[in-house]
Design a protein around this ligand. Structure first.
Ligand code: SF4
Length: 276
């Protein structure tokens, strides 16, 4: 999800940093420290609503760079030191940014270092968040990373924008099978409670998501719970900024509320939040 990336690019450009940024986040209700592992923007999705980059301009199958752990950690330590003793503590530290963090080799050792740096900087209570499209969560190191997040204060926030394969293909435009996303989401939610983030919008090409699609999406959430997964929250979003692709518009508050109502009926007891 690309909630904070426009600001992040400004912050990083202004600071000379490449990987770590500070942003005032509506989601977290305060300052959020973001870690962008992928300034090269090699995401394995190509979401219609992406705010990061027009991926048609990025070479298909561009080689994924290795995690620049030393640079990430140097920037993070600097940012955390600058926030220490300041007027406002960060509300969270989030892996987000311009690509998909869950597919990076070396994510697990990096997470250990990030958690150590967080604690050392005097912010042990600040949660670590992974904002992910879910595609890499089946990897062993991501499962171990999930355990580490849960043990030391953090959670996975996983995107689910569709209930059916055709809608998923139309919105996320990826070769990653929908089944893999659903399996990874369920497995992760069975391991530890997860947040689901869902983006809905109106498109000039296809209009608004149909009631059938919304019901299917809510059914997928119910499947996760039925299969023993735990959802700590479902967040219903719409586009908040200009997207790279024209013809993508926000849904109105009432339409989002209706989507949330469908979700609440499907997964009673799970909080469903709307971000108009
Ligand atoms: S998952 Fe989608 S929205 Fe997020 S960076 Fe990749 S293409 Fe953009």
């Amino acid at each position: 999800m690309s909630e904070k990336r426009v600001t992040s690019r400004h912050d990083r450009a202004a600071s000379g940093r490449r990987f770590v940024y500070v942003v005032r986040s509506r989601r977290s209700g305060g300052l959020s420290v973001g870690i962008n592992l992928d300034p090269q923007q090699t995401c394995n999705f190509d979401c219609v609503y992406c705010e990061v980059i027009d991926r048609r301009a990025v070479a298909r199958h561009a080689r994924r760079p290795p995690v620049a752990a030393a640079e990430v950690m140097a920037e993070l330590s600097m940012v955390l030191a600058s926030l220490r003793g300041g007027p406002e503590s960060p509300r969270d530290i989030a892996f987000a940014g311009d690509g998909e963090p869950s597919t990076f080799q070396g994510f697990l050792p990096l997470v250990r270092s990030v958690l150590d740096a967080r604690d050392k900087a005097g912010f042990p209570g600040v949660p670590l968040i992974l904002i992910t499209n879910g595609s890499g969560l089946g990897r062993t190191e991501m499962r171990e990373a999930h355990d580490l997040f849960a043990a030391r204060g953090g959670s996975f926030w996983i995107k689910l924008d569709a209930g059916t394969e055709p809608f998923y293909r139309a919105v996320c435009r990826t070769s990653v099978p929908f089944r893999r996303i659903l399996t990874n989401l369920t497995d992760a939610a069975r391991r530890h409670p997860v947040v689901v983030q869902s983006m809905f919008f109106r498109s000039d090409e296809s209009g608004v998501p149909s009631p059938v699609e919304i019901a299917a999406w809510a059914g997928r959430l119910a499947d996760v719970v039925r299969d023993g997964g735990s959802l700590s929250c479902v967040q219903v979003y719409t586009v908040a900024r200009e997207t790279m692709e024209a013809g993508v518009h926000p849904l109105g508050a009432e339409a989002l509320e209706e989507i949330a109502r469908v979700a609440r009926r499907a997964v009673g007891g799970v909080p469903v939040e709307v971000f108009p």
